[in-house]
Design a protein around this ligand. Structure first.
Ligand code: ADP
Ligand code: MG
Length: 244
């Protein structure tokens, strides 16, 4: 089933020197079950695509459809995880995770219960009352994931969520996410991961959408036909990385 469709998305920004086209005619569809990587160099418009999908930025041209309906305001079917966590330092882990539910008008008891469940799921139980400054980078990003997952979005938007973390911490979090996804322990129906790492894209995604820069355009789409728990040292894996 189709969840999301981008049709002819074009975004430009006006500078004193003139207009710069950041995204040029972006078209793709996200179906239930898709784990997509948007792969491209820095400045190719990956974050801009996520902002358009979330309804936070209106494209100059083109349309976004969520379950067949054109998105005009904020997209109700998505939640986002950011590279730099974007936690509120004056709020506890629990309060950070509850915030989105509070904004939606979910009653206190119910939102606390849901937040605790999301925190447990992502491996942070016992840290509900900690403040962000008491947590490591990896734990902060786990709060970022809990805050997105608690909203039970159909589509999870991940904007380079591992790139501020050290190698081992990033790998642990990647593997925990893959496990939650393939075991269907999260209600999310599709994931869009933005990354500039070919290896990360091939490790995690089932479909890779490759973007060029200046302007951001889709240059190819690659399907990854490898089983989950991919071996980065296997010849098949290396061949796909080479091909991209
Ligand atoms: P990526 O996430 O792939 O690194 P971005 O989507 O952040 O790329 O940005 C793509 C280009 O658009 C960059 O050149 C960036 O400077 C520009 N850009 C993004 N947002 C704005 C904005 N609000 N105003 C002006 N330029 C922007
Ligand atoms: Mg970006």
């Amino acid at each position: 089933m189709e969840l999301l469709r981008l049709e002819h998305i074009t975004v430009s920004f006006t500078f004193p020197e003139g207009e710069i086209t950041v995204l040029d005619d972006i078209n793709f569809t996200v179906n239930e079950g898709d784990f997509i990587a948007l792969l491209g160099p820095s400045g190719s418009g990956k974050s801009t695509i996520l902002r358009v999908i979330a309804g936070l930025l209106k494209p100059n041209k083109g349309k976004v459809y969520y379950k067949g309906e054109e998105i005009k305001g904020v997209n109700p079917g998505v939640a986002m995880v950011f590279q730099n966590f974007a936690l509120f330092p004056w709020l506890t882990v629990l309060e950070n995770v509850e915030l989105g539910l509070k904004a939606k008008g979910v009653p206190p008891e119910e939102r606390k219960e849901k937040a605790i469940k999301a925190i447990d799921l992502i491996g942070l139980d016992g840290f509900e009352n900690a403040y962000p400054k008491e947590l490591s980078g990896g734990m902060k990003q786990r709060v970022g994931f809990a805050r997105a997952l608690v909203m039970e979005p159909d589509i999870l938007l991940l904007d380079e969520p591992f790139s501020a973390l050290d190698v081992l911490t990033a790998e642990n979090l990647r593997n925990d996410l893959i496990e939650l996804w393939i075991e269907k322990r999260i209600p999310t129906k599709a994931i869009i991961l933005v990354t500039h790492s070919i290896e990360e894209a091939v490790y995690m995604a089932d479909r890779i959408i490759l973007l060029s820069k200046d302007p951001g355009r889709i240059i190819k789409e690659v399907r990854i036909d490898l089983p989950h728990w991919r071996d980065k040292k296997s010849q098949e894996f290396l061949d796909i990385v080479d091909e991209i």
